[in-house]
Design a protein around this ligand. Structure first.
Ligand SMILES: C[S@@+](CC[C@H](N)C(=O)[O-])C[C@H]1O[C@@H](n2cnc3c(N)ncnc32)[C@H](O)[C@@H]1O
Length: 198
């Protein structure tokens, strides 16, 4: 039987169960710390595919109303352990299917989620982000650019990113990042995409 692709829960659950989580950086990425120190307005935040969920605490501590969503049960259990009293902030669900009711987010934080999806799901990602981020709000975080011979991760190219996110978002900040975990080495860029009005 062929291996399930990385859009499937079982693909990730196998890795979490085996403790094979090379993307996990064990804490808050320094680029996020820098970003949090320069924004003042508090908002509703979503972290899709949150894995260990370390960033939930970082957003909460500076006053944001943060939720995270993760579809692999062992990852959810681990995140809840990591987060202790903030464990209720983690939703066990599928980012593409969960009913967020009328909630829109001022900020969605990305790390390791888009690049975990096969490119066949990227249009769904862009459409969902466009629905979930309020006009003027931002999709921010660490995006991978470059070439990976054995994906996942699936990095972007500048033209794919522009094609994908450009219709609903405007790129307002981008910088290459150093000190990434080995699987993301040389690929990570901190980016801020602002949701266009309407
Ligand atoms: C590469 S890991 C990154 C985890 C975390 N964001 C980090 O930076 O350490 C991708 C995570 O996304 C989760 N995931 C993938 N597709 C998902 C979906 N459709 N809904 C919710 N979680 C998903 C996987 O279970 C996995 O834990």
């Amino acid at each position: 039987m062929s291996e399930p692709d990385s859009s499937q829960t079982v693909f990730w659950t196998k890795r979490w169960q085996a403790g094979k989580i090379p993307w996990d950086c064990g804490g808050i990425p320094p680029s996020l710390v820098k970003f949090l120190s320069r924004i003042s307005a508090q908002t509703r935040v979503l972290i899709p595919g949150c894995g260990s969920g370390y960033e939930v605490r970082a957003f909460h501590e500076v006053g944001h109303d943060v939720s995270a969503i993760e579809f692999s049960a062992p990852a959810v259990a681990h995140a809840k352990e990591v987060l202790g009293p903030l464990s209720q902030r983690v939703i066990h669900g599928n980012f593409f299917k969960h009913d967020f009711a009328d909630n829109r987010f001022g900020l969605v934080y990305e790390r390791g989620f888009l690049c975990s999806l096969p490119p066949t799901r990227w249009a769904d990602y862009a459409a969902r982000m466009s629905d979930l981020v309020s006009p003027g709000g931002r999709l921010v975080g660490l995006f991978l650019y470059g070439h990976e011979p054995e994906p996942p991760p699936y990095p972007l190219t500048e033209s794919t990113a522009a094609e994908l996110l450009g219709p609903s978002f405007r790129l307002v900040h981008s910088e290459a990042v150093t000190g990434s975990v080995p699987v993301y080495q040389g690929l990570e860029h901190w980016q801020e995409w602002e949701r266009r009005a309407g």
